[in-house]
Design a protein around this ligand. Structure first.
Ligand code: PAF
Length: 295
């Protein structure tokens, strides 16, 4: 495996692969790799002649400076994992290499799909994601690009970006990978204290119960129940040291338009619930499918 940190060297490697008519799979990451990322790399490995994994903490998608400063950076370990998982190139550029002319001025707009959930709470986030993803697309010219479904809204944004820029890239959404106790894997999990990590699986457990409830309760009641259950968990369980869940949002939405639904039959394609919860100073997100119900 090659570790490449300049765009010139990456372009040279891609040009060579293109000349040999190789298919290219791109797995964009911000590093701090875990099993979730590795599942994307494995899938890309199966489906492409060449696999590029980018490792770049993209400053322009952080609307919170502290979150950017605290974002885990483990690039040496990441490169080792990328190699063990069978990728051909780990692309590890600096900020200057990615944005040689300084912070890009371009902004992207996505209409209603960015006006819900993460969009209003993280102004500029999705435009920042789109800028870096487009840059990675330009540099790697992938046949396929792999994204995890934990960032459910991000996938809809990238799909929309591909429609806007008309690149013939196949977007491959990949299922969430969970720890044995159900917690969705995330690079941010490593910032949880042992006490917080021990209760974090409550998020997924609550979402699973919500799916059961959806068989006999309406959308609004399920929504309120999830927020109340997590929001009062510290009281019911007498947690120490001010430890508590603080739900930022839980929205039950159409899985294509991402607009909130008010009825379980409201969507022709499917319905998911998306949540963001603060725990121990860490913002965790998760997604659960309500409809169609798994067989
Ligand atoms: O999902 C992520 O890790 C990031 O948003 C991405 C797609 C790598 C862009 O920086």
């Amino acid at each position: 495996m090659q570790i490449i940190s300049t765009t010139a060297a990456l372009t040279a490697a891609i040009d060579e692969a293109k000349k040999a008519h190789k298919t290219i799979g791109l797995v964009p990451t911000m590093g701090a790799l875990h099993e979730g990322h590795l599942s994307l790399i494995r899938r890309a490995r199966k489906e492409n002649d060449m696999v590029v994994v980018s490792i770049f903490v993209n400053p322009i998608q952080f609307n919170n400076k502290e979150d950017l400063a605290k974002y885990p950076r483990t690039v040496e370990n990441d490169c080792q994992l990328v190699e063990e998982t069978g990728a051909d190139i780990a692309f590890t550029p600096t900020v200057e290499e990615m944005y040689p002319d300084g912070e890009p001025k371009v902004t992207y707009h996505f209409g209603p799909i960015e006006e819900v959930m993460e969009g209003p709470r993280r102004p500029g986030h999705f435009s920042g994601v789109a800028v870096v993803v487009r840059r990675l697309f330009d540099l790697t010219q992938p046949t396929r690009a792999y994204f995890g479904e934990k960032d459910f809204q991000q996938i809809a944004i990238i799909r929309n970006l591909l429609e806007q820029i008309k690149y013939p890239i196949e977007l491959i959404p990949c299922p969430i990978v969970r720890a044995d106790d159900g917690l969705a894997l995330s690079s941010r999990n490593m910032r949880l204290s042992p006490e917080a990590r021990a209760i974090a699986p409550e998020i997924y457990a609550t979402l699973q119960q919500a799916v059961e409830m959806s068989e006999y309760e309406d959308v609004d009641s399920v929504c309120t129940w999830v927020v109340d259950t997590l929001g009062s968990f510290h009281e019911v369980n007498e947690l120490p040291n001010g430890l508590r869940f603080e739900p930022e949002y839980f929205e039950i939405v159409d899985d294509t338009t991402l607009q909130p639904v008010d009825d379980w039959e409201a969507s022709p394609t499917g319905i998911v619930g998306c949540i963001a919860v603060w725990l121990d100073g860490v913002r965790l997100i998760d997604v659960i499918r309500f409809r169609p119900v798994a067989e």
